[in-house]
Design a protein around this ligand. Structure first.
Ligand code: GDD
Ligand code: MN
Length: 412
C-alpha cells in the first residue's frame, strides 16, 4: 500500500542507482518488510498490463499471500500504460505503480523499482506475458534454498523460445558468444545471460552502485553484485499476445558498450581504474576510434607494401600518420567532443592536432620499436607484431592525449 492515498503513483527515486540495504522506511507501512518485490517494467503495454497483474496476483496470492508486491515501472508510455495500471490498484492492494518521466530505459526502470521495494527478494518479469508466471514459484524456491540469484533460462532443460526467427536466435546466441569472449567471468556464470526474468537476494546487491546500459540488467548484477550461488530454471519464452518488442539495433550496441564498460570496470582493470579515476567511457570511445584507425592503418600499410612496394619502416610510418589524422578528427569530434567544443578557435584546434600528432608520432616510434623487436628479434609474423604494437601505442596515446592535448583546464 502507498503511504499516501492508496491509488497514488510512487515517487520516482533520483540520483545513484543503488539498492538500499533495508526497505526504505518511508514506504514500508508499519516498517513491515515482505518476502518478494516483483518489478514489471513497461513501455506501451496498455493491452497486456491488466492480464499480467491479474495472472501474477492470482499465482502469488496462492503461494505467498500478502507477502509480495508488484511494482509496475512505466516510462511514461504514450499509450498511458501507467494510468491503466494505476486504475487496478483498488482491486489489487499488492500493486504499486511508478510513472517515470525524466529517465528512460529498461535496466534503470527495474532498479528504480527495486529502490522503493520492501521485499528481501527482488525480482523482475516482463510486462507482456512472454515470461510464463508459473516459473516464479520455482525461482522463489531456489532463493529460499540458498541461491543468491535464480534465473529463468531458455537454454537449460525445459527451456526454449516459442517461435523466434533464425535471425533473432542467431543474434541472441551471437551476443552470448561475444559476452563469453569479452567478459567470460560474468557471462560464463549463466546459460542465458540475456534473460530479463530472475530473482535476486537484496543483500547480494544492496549498497552497490549500478551502471546498467540498455536491456541487460542481469549482467550488471553478476558483474558488480556479491553473487554467490546461482540457480537456473528452464522456461519457454512465449509469443507476445499484444503489442510488439521494443528491441532494436540500439539495444545490441548498448549491450556491447555494457560488456566493455563492465570489462573495464571490474576485476584487475576495475581496481586500477578506481584508484586512478580512469575515465572508462572515454577510453572505450578512444579505443573504438583507434579501432577504425587500425583499419585505415593496415589498409594503407598493405597498399604501400604490395602496390607501391615501400620498405617496412617507411610503410609503418606513413600508414600510421594517415591513421593519426583519421583518429584526431574522430577523437576531436566524439571522444573528447565535450571538451573540444569549448575550444573551437582554429589556433586551439591546430594546437590540439600538433600535440596529438607529436604524442601519436612518439607512439609510432614506440610501435616501430615493438614491431622490429617482435619481428627481427623474436621472428614474429609482421602483421601480428603490428597489432600488438598498435595496442601498446593506443594506451600510451590515450593517457597522454587525455592529460596534454584535451586537458580540461578548469578556470577557477
Ligand atoms: N520501463 C521500461 N522502459 N520498460 C521497457 C522499456 C523501457 O525503456 N523497454 C522495454 N520495456 C519493457 C517492455 O514493456 C516489456 O515489458 C519488457 O521490458 C521487455 O521488453 P520487450 O521489448 O518485450 O523485449 P523482448 O520481448 O524482445 O525481450 C527481450 O528482452 C527482455 C528484457 O531484457 C528478451 O531478451 C527477454 O528475455 C528479456 O526479458
Ligand atoms: Mn517481450
Amino acid at each position: 500500500m502507498n503511504v499516501n492515498s492508496p491509488n497514488s503513483l510512487l515517487t520516482v527515486p533520483t540520483g545513484q542507482l543503488k539498492i538500499p540495504e533495508l526497505p526504505p522506511t518511508s514506504v514500508s507501512v508499519g516498517s513491515k518488510t515482505i518476502l518478494l518485490s516483483l518489478v514489471i517494467p513497461t513501455y506501451k503495454e496498455r493491452d497486456n498490463i491488466k492480464n499480467v497483474v491479474k495472472t501474477l496476483s492470482q499465482l502469488l496470492d496462492e503461494s505467498i499471500p500478502r507477502d509480495y508486491e508488484l511494482i509496475v515501472v512505466d516510462d511514461d508510455s504514450p499509450d498511458r500504460t501507467w494510468e491503466v495500471a494505476q486504475s487496478l490498484i483498488g482491486k489489487y492492494p499488492q500493486l504499486r505503480v511508478m510513472r517515470r518521466q525524466q529517465e528512460r530505459g529498461l535496466s534503470s526502470a527495474v532498479i528504480r523499482g527495486w529502490q522503493v521495494a520492501r521485499g528481501s527478494v527482488l525480482g523482475v518479469i516482463d510486462g507482456d506475458l512472454q515470461h510464463p508466471p508459473e516459473v516464479l514459484t520455482q525461482l522463489f524456491t531456489a532463493i529460499e534454498r540458498g541461491a543468491d540469484l535464480a534465473v529463468a533460462s531458455r537454454h537449460v532443460d525445459g527451456g526454449g523460445v516459442s517461435s523466434w526467427s533464425i535471425v533473432r536466435r542467431f543474434l541472441s546466441r551471437g551476443a552470448q558468444v561475444l559476452g563469453l569472449i569479452i567478459l567470460p567471468g560474468v557471462v560464463g556464470r549463466v546459460s542465458d545471460p540475456m534473460s530479463g526474468y530472475f530473482m535476486v537476494r537484496r543483500s547480494a546487491i544492496a549498497g552497490t552502485i549500478l551502471h546498467p546500459v540498455g536491456y541487460k540488467i542481469l549482467l550488471e548484477l553478476i558483474g558488480r553484485g556479491r553473487i554467490g550461488e546461482i540457480a537456473e530454471v528452464g522456461y519457454v519464452f512465449c509469443e507476445r499476445q499484444e503489442g510488439e518488442s521494443k528491441v532494436t539495433w540500439k539495444q545490441y550496441v548498448e549491450y556491447i558498450h555494457h560488456l566493455l564498460r563492465l570489462r573495464l570496470s571490474t576485476g584487475l582493470l576495475g581496481k586500477f581504474s578506481n584508484r586512478t579515476r580512469f575515465p572508462i567511457g572515454r577510453f572505450i570511445r578512444f579505443g573504438l576510434v583507434g579501432f577504425s584507425g587500425v583499419f585505415v592503418d593496415l589498409t594503407v600499410f598493405r597498399l604501400l607494401r604490395t602496390v607501391i612496394h615501400l620498405g617496412l619502416t617507411r610503410s609503418t610510418i606513413f600508414s600510421a600518420e594517415v591513421a593519426i589524422v583519421n583518429n584526431f578528427l574522430w577523437n576531436d569530434l566524439w571522444t573528447f567532443g565535450d571538451i573540444s567544443k569549448r575550444q573551437q578557435e582554429p589556433h586551439q584546434r591546430l594546437k590540439r592536432f600538433l600535440k596529438f600528432n607529436a604524442i601519436c608520432l612518439a607512439g609510432v616510434i614506440l610501435q616501430t620499436l615493438v614491431v622490429n623487436l617482435l619481428c627481427n628479434a623474436l621472428g614474429m609474423n609482421e602483421y601480428f607484431a603490428k597489432l600488438i604494437a598498435i595496442a601498446i601505442a593506443t594506451i600510451w596515446n590515450f593517457w597522454l592525449n587525455l592529460k596534454l592535448s584535451w586537458r580540461v583546464t578548469d578556470v577557477k
